[in-house]
Design a protein around this ligand. Structure first.
Ligand code: NAG
Ligand code: NAG
Ligand code: NAG
Ligand code: NAG
Ligand code: NAG
Length: 194
């Protein structure tokens, strides 16, 4: 069984009725972007927004990397993800940081999705996606290995938004796509995409 699932299933039921801590958005400042740069792994999410839910269901694993963009309020994004069975590398999207209203937008082709960054551990990226009035929350972290406490905090936020355990969609480390660098290191060997 997956370590994350083992952790979740092993939790005592008493933790399943948390007191609802408010989701506090981070107020952006000039330290926000430096704190976001680098490598992230998408761990889990839940959404009531149908298009977003569809995406979450197809997403088996996703790693992404933020690097400084061509403007100071822009972040370039490289995403390596497994959609259903297929590994996809995408380097065409950007994240725009709006300091005046502390929101960020992911821009991919014509699709513009906005989110607030929720206060938590600096090694976690909890995003509240702003899709009309549909709640949507996602968790990413610096590695796939988040602590039991960190996961529990995320789950309690989700429960407070009205999501049940079945609504939470996890990615799995075993579905990770090979990184382009790793492919080069292995010569011309094709990645195993069973
Ligand atoms: C960030 O903002 C603070 C206060 O607004 C300012 O004192 C500091 O010099 C700024 N730092 C950078 C790197 O711009
Ligand atoms: C993933 O599979 C589901 C179910 O078969 C399908 O509806 C969806 O379009 C697929 N998504 C992608 C991105 O391939
Ligand atoms: C994206 O990848 C392609 C092919 O690897 C490359 O030619 C292009 O310069 C990259 N674009 C960005 C914005 O990194
Ligand atoms: C924040 O500002 C940007 C740019 O002005 C705007 O596109 C976005 O909709 C705003 N977000 C919210 C939640 O108002
Ligand atoms: C994951 O984290 C736990 C403790 O938080 C640690 O014991 C374990 O070695 C870590 N595993 C990896 C692969 O980093």
């Amino acid at each position: 069984m997956l370590p994350i699932l083992t952790l979740l299933l092993g939790l005592p039921l008493s933790l399943a009725s948390p007191t609802c801590a408010p989701l506090i958005p981070v107020t952006f400042d000039n330290g926000t972007i430096p704190g976001l740069l680098g490598h992230w792994v998408y761990i889990a999410g839940a959404s009531r927004y149908p298009p977003h839910l569809e995406e979450m269901k197809a997403l088996k694993h996703a790693a992404f990397s933020f690097s400084p963009g061509s403007h100071e309020d822009e972040i370039d994004v490289i995403e390596i993800m497994r959609l259903n069975e297929t590994c996809v590398v995408r380097n065409t999207s950007k994240v725009l940081i709006f300091q005046h209203n502390s929101t960020m937008a992911h821009v991919d082709d014509q699709v513009f999705t906005t989110a607030e960054l929720i206060q938590s551990d600096k090694d976690l990226l909890i995003l509240k996606h702003l899709n009309d009035n549909f709640p949507s929350l996602s968790l990413s972290a610096r590695t796939h290995n988040v602590s039991k406490e960190q996961l529990e905090e995320f789950r309690s936020h989700l429960h407070c938004l009205g999501f049940t355990e079945e609504d939470i969609i996890f990615t799995s480390e075993k579905d990770a796509c090979p990184l382009p660098e790793e492919k080069k290191g292995e010569g011309d060997v094709e990645p195993q995409l069973e």
